[in-house]
Design a protein. Sequence first.
Lengths: 508, 311
Amino acid sequence: MKHVTLTATLAAGLALGGLSAAYAQTTVTYIVNERADILGDPPRNVVFAEQYISKAMFEPLVFDFDGRTGESGIRPALATHWEIIDDNTWHFFLREGVTFHNGEPFNAEAVKFSIERHLDPDFPSTDKFRDVPITEVNVIDDYTVEFVTDTPVPILPQRLSRNGAFIMAPGHYADLPLDEAAVSPVGTGPYKLEEFRRDDRVIMTKNEDWWGWDENSNIDRLVIRMIPELSTAFSEVMAGNADIVRITPDLADVVEADPNVDLVVAPTLVRAVTIFNLDMYPELQDPRVRVALNLAIDREAMVDAFAFGQHELISTTLINPPHEHPDLEPYPYDPDRARELLAEAGYPDGFRIDTIDVMIPDSFEYSEAVAQFWGQIGVEVGEVRRLESSVMRERWAARTLSVASFAWSAAENTPETDAWAVHDDRQTNSTHWVREDFLDAYREITQTVDPERREELNRKMQEILYEDPPWVYLYLVPAAYAVSNRIEGYNPHPSLLVEDWGSLYVSE
Amino acid sequence: MRFILQRMGQGLIVILAALTLAFILMFVIGDPVTMITGAEASRDQAERLREQLGFNRPLVVQYFEFMLGAVQGDFGVSYRHQQPVLPLLWERLSRSAEIAVPALLLALLVSIPAGIVSALRRNSAIDYTARVTALVGQAAPNFWVAIMMIVLFANILGWLPSSGRETDGGLWKQISHMILPIIALALLPMAYLTRMMRSTMLEVINEDYIRTARAKGAPVPRVVYIHALRNAMIPYVTITALQIGNLIAGSMVVESVFAWPGMGRLLMDSIRTLDIPVVAAGLSFVAALFVVLNLIADICYVLLDPRVGKS
């Protein structure tokens, strides 16, 4: 039988229905394309949508982005400043006067509780934060907390900025069963949960007591809707029923033609790449062949076609700005030199690559371009083949992808997390590229706190990645958004994993 | 009675086969570990998780454990949700029913009269209209129809909301969110059933007993609704039961397009994310539903045509 719930209050109905102009104006609706299930337990977040939602209600000690200016880089959040005591010891000084949504005070005990809860070996999480070798979290006083690590963790602040280290209310979570914790968020963030409608939307109201509001802030309610189909989501924004959705580049013209909706194009840390498989194609074991395949590509033409012509996004290696090697230039488009290199390597007539496997539609387009460029130097690609995501995952796990294209993104913007992409220990890495000097440099940089030595190692890794490229580096993929023109202060987070929700406001 | 028991036995075998198929498909196709750990995890991490979830045990052991749990209604815990699977399905089932049941009713309410009129006024303008509409309805893929309906009714005309399920606001507001999904879901069965009704009706009205009924002077409505319709309903009922399968398949697409939080969308998502327990439970549920509906259709068949049960 038809079953319609009629229990909601009139006030909520008016606000959500947009019947009251005053309410409607201060509700901002953001659309994600995935289903979020875990919104009350950030360390157990799996999909992007869950991370987005967690960041609205929880906070880390430090954050890596400012939504007001769009600038990346570590900055204070629940910690106001920090000190490196020695290689293995850090002190974080906490913001005073902050309370959780349930009224509990935020203090060093809360930090200790949240971190230790996540690092408990029995806690069911596969978050990367669990790899951080933290051995002790000590309460020095109410607002000073000490982290002791087993080995040096030079990027501890970056690690603490991610969902795995969001601070949760100890009194609320201490004895809460996991299934309840999943849907019962109590953090310190700018918004608190009003209602969760599974598979449909999360409705959050403003946390008036949040420390970060400024004079512009005027949003009373943040709604995150889950709409799997892009055309539906897009039509909601175009019809004025929602405010922000990430779109594909082909919709950009439609957005620009509409006076009520703005096109926002933002840089991201997502890298378009084509990876090699050295095991599957013996020809690729010669570095000269892989350099040739990099030189064969006209990156500027590709960026014009697929990335809104933003040439500054062209990649040199796979280490993201601002850590890029200052003396290296992106590979030029040089098909003649590419042919020479192929001949030197013993393949004057080129060779054949059976397939380029792709998973997302965007990489299909650029992979066809890659295949064409390779064809011009005699390397014939049999087929650009779109793999169903479960098949792609299976081959990832078995490390048996052919030459493949996808958008690769490292969650933390540091040299070592970027370089991890081609590390042989990564389970989904089907490149089979192993360079001992690279692995040594990698090992050392993960243990080195000294910034000068870190920079040397960072450059060394990039030099190796440049002369012996395991991938074809293409460009950083810009993200495009359709944004209602009443929204101000929207700078998308470049990781595409979270947003700085506190910076949004609505123009009068 | 023996007939019904026999059918139930067959149904049970079908369900067991579906369970086995669900198990095989999911284990052959994908590796859920990568899904859970993400692309960045190390090989050690992945191996540890594989052990934790028991994927490193022999397949036969995993199979029997799965089947033993499944027949008791225990499909385990969803990898994504970290909670038992059945409550997850039940929760969404009622929401799917909110659009699937009206869609089926709509299909019946339209197809029966349309099919009858079309058959009785054969080759008239009404007949042609009904036939062409049914043909188009059957040929157009439902995801395309759904998106076109959003463009027309939500974007251009602005009459109806384009997606989501509303639980707040007035009754009209809640219903307005259901209209487009219901129509999108109803179209295919509606088209199919209209054509079915028309052709069986055409067959029946040319039968001798109808001619006899007419000849003896029975009023036309009585001939149509008592003599003809009852006989035309026999194949129609079976086809209706089968159309519920179409409805379930259609709901996967329609619920995704309209962001309707039902079971179709849950299954679609779970297949994509390799949430094996949910997919297995979902497939088994769909198979069971199908078996039960077919059983009901068979019983109706007996009631409509007493010859079936006796033979």
